[in-house]
Design a protein around this ligand. Structure first.
Ligand SMILES: CC(C)(COP(=O)(O)OP(=O)(O)OC[C@H]1O[C@@H](n2cnc3c(N)ncnc32)[C@H](O)[C@@H]1OP(=O)(O)O)[C@@H](O)C(=O)NCCC(=O)NCCS
Length: 179
């Protein structure tokens, strides 16, 4: 599953590479935004120290083979535009969850769909997963569009309660390996 060197993925317009310290300002823009935290259900970050810690944790989890995060850049430069990750690997190594984001000025250009397709292919062919799933806030129409366009099937919706007693309508999607 794990390779010695981080797998860089190239697509028609994009280069997907390992997350690095210079990505921190754009990561902070995402992780400190209300909209982003609502749709990803992540805690809002308030300091650059939290981002540095996040980058370190993602590095560790890649080395421990528990998740892999790619930074999305254009093929023509190295600037962070967003990310795609595989995480939540099942104990039998057959399923992984996918997550993705883009900073706002790069949305609406098909970049995430292009990146997600490359990562899914890598997950199936090189990491050996049979199923890649996404669990999204049902209200997140832009995310649902990405999954529809990438061939994911909607499995089911459910209400999920968080620790504050707030319920969120979530929808599970799956993409199966093509034999
Ligand atoms: C979810 C998110 C990544 C979607 O971003 P996005 O830019 O809409 O997705 P894509 O990069 O695939 O772009 C798709 C759009 O680009 C358009 N597009 C323009 N040029 C295109 C091209 N050459 N190829 C493909 N699509 C193109 C598509 O028509 C589509 O527009 P539409 O949504 O109006 O139909 C983004 O909204 C986001 O980062 N949200 C916050 C984080 C989040 O919610 N993450 C998901 C958690 S599960």
């Amino acid at each position: 599953m794990q390779t010695d060197t981080f797998p860089i993925l190239n697509t028609q317009r994009l280069r997907l590479r390992q997350l690095t310290a210079p990505d921190a300002p754009n990561l902070f823009r995402l992780r400190s935004s209300e909209e982003y935290c609502k749709f990803t259900r992540m805690n809002k970050y308030t300091s650059m120290e939290q981002i540095a810690d996040y980058i370190k944790r993602m590095d560790d989890s890649y080395n421990e083979n528990t998740s892999i995060v790619w930074t999305i850049t254009l093929s023509s430069d190295d600037n962070h535009m967003g990310g795609v990750c595989l995480f939540n690997y099942s104990s039998d190594g057959k399923r992984a969850e996918i997550g993705y984001d883009l900073i706002p000025e790069f949305r609406g250009k098909g970049f995430v769909t292009e990146a997600l397709n490359a990562v899914a292919l890598y997950g199936f062919n090189e990491m050996g997963f049979d199923v890649i799933f996404a669990d999204i806030v049902s209200e997140n129409v832009k995310s649902a569009n990405v999954l529809d366009k990438s061939g994911f099937s909607k499995i089911r919706s459910r209400l999920e309660l968080d620790e504050n007693g707030t319920s969120t309508d979530m929808t599970l999607y799956e993409l199966l390996r093509k034999i």
